[in-house]
Write a protein that binds this ligand. Structure first.
Ligand code: A2P
Length: 271
């Protein structure tokens, strides 16, 4: 059987209660630390674009689950995820070995705050991401609802090295041919990516680029202002906190599903 690495004895580990068992359809490795995978999607697995699910593997009686943003939009018949590979990480040391045909467990009950519903109406939506934090935005930029709600969308992505930007760069190239949103995004979706530890045309932490104003200069837009702008943030705890402070200094206020406001943060991925 080709699934030996992760499912040595499937009969030993029945599918737990309350989970969807999906089949991996595609895996793409970007770097030694980053990969993307796609799976089937059960008809009853419903989520809002930008939400996350808990993912596990069928390799133990009590599988280890970790939060993963769904990177595909809610209309897509497949699911997509973008993952790091943590050496000795309880889940990712195994997850990084998955191949088409393997089973992924997904707990029922997607949730999350990076959703259009948690923002009050505005003209322009900023999505600030570092590393795999781009995943929920990969979902949202492919959802027509985002363009119903906002005239303009600006996605920023910062990584240490150039190769780590590839997932986002491919996404932006491919979205232009997307049958559902390809036309909608014309002149309305902007993408700004930077590196911090390798030479690239645009460099620096997004927080520094906001504070210096270079981000706005490079894009040729006015600085963030409450009348126009809304924000979503996904990255490490330090990045979330610093970006939050900056958005607050521009007069924006953090919201949640229960209390929509002018920006939202996803805290599910950071310890
Ligand atoms: P840097 O290389 O200067 O640390 P990580 O892999 O550590 O999560 O980092 C991903 C990206 O996020 C890196 O480019 C990193 O920059 C950047 N970053 C790390 N901490 C912050 C922060 N507090 N604010 C903004 N960006 C950050």
């Amino acid at each position: 059987m080709s699934v030996a690495v992760l499912q040595t004895k499937p009969e030993e580990f029945p599918i737990p209660e309350g989970v969807f068992a999906e089949t991996v359809t595609e895996v793409k490795h970007y770097t030694d630390n980053l990969f993307r995978f796609r799976t089937t999607r059960s008809d009853s697995l419903r989520f809002r674009s930008g939400e996350f699910v808990m993912i596990g593997l069928l390799n133990a009686k009590k599988p280890v689950y970790r939060a993963y943003s769904v990177a595909s939009p809610n209309w897509d018949e497949n699911l997509e995820f973008f993952s790091i590979k943590v050496p000795n990480g309880p889940l990712t040391e195994h997850l990084q070995k998955i191949q088409p045909g393997h089973t992924i467990l997904i707990r029922k009950k997607p949730t999350g705050t990076l959703v259009n519903d948690a923002l009050i109406p505005g003209k322009r939506l900023w999505m600030f991401s570092t590393g795999t934090g781009i995943a929920p935005f990969a979902s949202l930029i492919r959802d027509p609802e985002t363009y119903d709600k906002f005239e303009e969308v600006i996605l920023t992505h910062t990584c240490r090295e150039v190769t780590e930007l590839k997932y986002g760069q491919d996404l932006i190239k491919e979205i232009k041919d997307d049958p559902l949103v390809g036309e909608l995004i014309e002149g309305r979706l902007r993408y700004y990516c930077t590196t911090t530890r390798e030479e690239y045309p645009f460099m620096g932490r997004i927080t520094d680029l906001m504070k210096s104003g270079k981000l706005f200069e490079d894009l040729g837009v006015d600085p963030i202002n409450l009348e126009v702008d809304r924000g979503m943030i996904c990255g490490s705890m330090a990045m979330l906190n610093e970006t939050k402070e900056i958005l607050e200094s521009f007069g924006l206020e953090e919201g949640a599903n229960s209390k929509p406001a002018s920006f939202v943060i996803e805290r599910a991925f950071v310890g």
